[in-house]
Ligand binder design. Structure first.
Ligand SMILES: N[C@@H]1[C@@H](O)[C@H](O)[C@@H](COP(=O)(O)O)O[C@@H]1O
Length: 248
């Protein structure tokens, strides 16, 4: 795992967009794994800017998102589906049929998990997976627990995550208690992974991810075992790291 520290979130967004641009040049029909939350927003803005400048062409790109709240329809402005259309898809030339998000409103969610897992598999594999990180070290919605999860599955959100995500809702009662998420094994199959963390609230989770043991109690720590994972940090998120943990 490579750890890089940047001055600010915008420099991280530019670096990440560079990686995406290189990949899309080499493989115009590439598969991107995408994330929600505030962290990837500057990167999405940078991708939109480069599309407007004619530097990026999404016409053959496929995307697969990590997760979705249970019970929120696509029209709900708090759903991750809505978020992706608002912050990226509606502003670039991606084909609707090439964008994929797990649905949180299927009658039989357990069987639907297998359907989404298959869809990801049939994409031919994710070339580049973007990740944020929860304050408790979660990736996607894989919360700290006894074992690393495998496939797409349903999770109960921890109190910590509910509290952290309430800022997007009118009040804490409105935050869904469950979500559907790609499993750790699904995520680890990606060819390349870029995890971005910004702000001081992430410093402890970042420290545990990089300097702690590989443990399901800090799900992001599994990235230590990925063949091509980059952790991109701003100064605040990197605050607890020692110099020897940082590659550049
Ligand atoms: N499921 C998402 C994660 O994919 C995201 O990484 C995390 C951090 O969000 P933020 O980037 O807003 O801090 O929150 C959510 O719970």
């Amino acid at each position: 795992m490579k750890v890089k520290v940047f001055q600010d979130a915008q420099s991280i967004a530019e670096y990440t967009a560079d990686q995406i641009q290189k990949l899309m040049k080499r493989k115009p029909e590439c598969v991107l794994g995408l994330a929600t939350g505030s962290t990837p927003v500057p990167t999405y803005r940078e991708m939109i800017k480069r599309y407007e400048q004619g530097k990026l062409d999404f016409s053959q790109v496929k995307t697969y998102n990590l997760d979705e709240y249970l019970g929120l329809s696509k029209e709900n402005s708090q759903s991750f589906y809505y978020f992706m259309w608002e912050n990226l898809f509606s502003k670039i030339n991606i084909l609707k049929e090439n964008t994929h998000l797990p649905s949180g409103t299927e009658a039989d969610m357990e069987s639907y998990c297998k359907v989404y897992e298959k869809q990801v598999e049939q994409s031919g594999g994710i070339d580049l997976q973007l990740l944020g990180i929860g304050n408790n070290g979660h990736i996607g919605f894989n919360e700290p627990e006894e074992n690393f999860s495998q496939h797409v599955h349903i999770v109960s959100l921890t109190q910590e995550t509910i509290q952290a995500n309430k800022r997007f809702f009118e009040n804490v009662q409105q935050v869904p208690r469950k979500a559907i998420t790609m499993g750790i094994e699904t995520i680890m199959k990606a060819e390349k992974i870029i995890l971005i963390a910004t702000g001081k609230a992430k410093a402890k989770a970042v420290y545990d991810t990089i300097s702690g043991p590989v443990t399901p109690w800090c799900p992001a720590s599994i990235l230590q075992r990925h063949k091509d994972a980059e952790i991109l940090l701003d100064l605040e998120a990197a605050a607890l790291l020692k110099d020897e943990n940082i590659n550049c």
